[in-house]
Design a protein around this ligand. Structure first.
Ligand code: PEP
Ligand code: MN
Length: 342
């Protein structure tokens, strides 16, 4: 249920309602909007109905949330959620560009990639230190050494870093080095990992599972948010269909649907979505046109030498070209690639 407070409700009145809800054993989550505060009461709806909160003069309405996902739904929070990472805002007017190699391979490779993507216009550096590979014989990542290299690149370039965490036991380690923790497609329903990330005070980039419905994806986000961490960025990265021409089928229809259903920011990863660098620029433009808050693309200074996903990695030159194109697409939509603080 949600308790919608009157626009002029004071802090003390909000606190009074929250306390009463807690007293009957309900979970309480506050959503402070520009004009009013909404209190999410998680637990037995019947208990909330029986409390008669609507009799209080500072309570506007008590309503059920019809969706299975509660705290991430637009019903709980009407306005878009905006998080700041470093000096950029994710989910607002700014389009966020996350770029970098699939995997951190060496200091030289990451240095060239980091300075290259920054010069082209990227706001956040990506790079996998722990790689979830289909084959146990493939390169598994530099692990802790990779995390250290990412942190060093942040120091050098000023770009915040996003990297994947594969295991709940590694959450603290990855959080020590990363600005955004990524949950990969293969882990979208690793509920123990999601619960651990719910305890963090850092943004989580939650990729859509390769065979996950939109509802399952949002329920995964609900795990993190209900644990206390509301900073979740959703990332569409393609789903499995009968089509084999592309690595996955990039479901761009998910973007406006996600925007409709939830207040969380959504970005698109056209690299894993298509599996080929050739289709990445067109799908990036389309993602922004569809309303995505940003993109995450794989970029490698020498894609032909990449230890992982070279075929879908853009060269630095092609990434720079793409950034210029995206500036034009963003402008049409009244958005911008320039950093805008929320
Ligand atoms: C990645 O972004 O490095 C990755 C492994 O992607 P996904 O989880 O979408 O396959
Ligand atoms: Mn990859």
């Amino acid at each position: 249920m949600i308790v919608v407070m009157r626009t002029n409700a004071t802090e003390e009145q909000i606190e009074r309602v929250a306390e009463r809800l807690k007293q009957v054993g309900l979970g309480v989550h506050l959503s402070r909007g520009e004009f009013r505060t909404i209190i999410g009461a998680i637990g037995d709806d019947k208990k909330v109905r029986e409390m008669g909160l609507e009799a209080l003069p500072f309570v506007e309405q008590v309503l059920p949330i019809s969706k299975p996902f509660k705290l991430v739904s637009r019903e709980f929070r009407e306005e878009d959620s905006v998080f700041t990472v470093g000096d950029c805002a994710i989910g607002g007017k700014q389009i966020v560009l996350m770029a970098g190699p699939c995997a951190v391979e060496s200091e030289e490779q990451l240095l060239e990639a980091a300075y290259g993507v920054k010069a082209a216009g990227a706001h956040i550096l990506r790079g996998g230190a722990f790689k979830p590979r289909t084959s146990p014989y493939s390169f598994q990542g530099l692990e802790k050494e990779g995390l250290k290299l990412l942190a060093r690149m942040r120091e050098k370039t000023g770009l915040p870093v996003v990297t994947e965490v594969l295991d709940r036991h590694a959450v603290d380690l990855v959080a020590e080095y990363a600005d955004i923790l990524q949950v990969g497609a293969r882990n979208m329903q690793n509920f123990q990992l999601l619960r651990e990330l719910g305890k963090l005070d850092k943004p989580v980039l939650l990729k859509r599972g390769m065979s996950a419905t939109i509802e399952e994806w949002l329920m995964a986000a609900e795990y993190i948010v209900s644990g206390g961490n509301s900073q979740v960025i959703l990332c569409e990265r393609g789903i499995r269909t009968f089509e084999t021409y592309t690595r996955n089928t990039l479901d761009l229809s998910a973007v406006p649907i996600i925007k409709h259903l939830t207040h969380l920011p959504v970005i698109v990863d056209p690299s894993h979505g298509t599996g080929s660098w050739r289709w990445v620029p067109a799908m990036s433009r389309a993602a922004i046109a569809a309303g995505a808050d940003g993109i995450m693309v794989e970029v490698h200074p020498y894609p032909e030498k990449a230890l992982c996903d070279g075929a879908q990695s853009l060269t630095l030159e092609n990434f720079a070209l793409l950034c210029r194109e995206l500036e034009d697409v963003a402008a049409v939509l009244g958005r911008s690639l320039r950093k805008v603080m929320s």
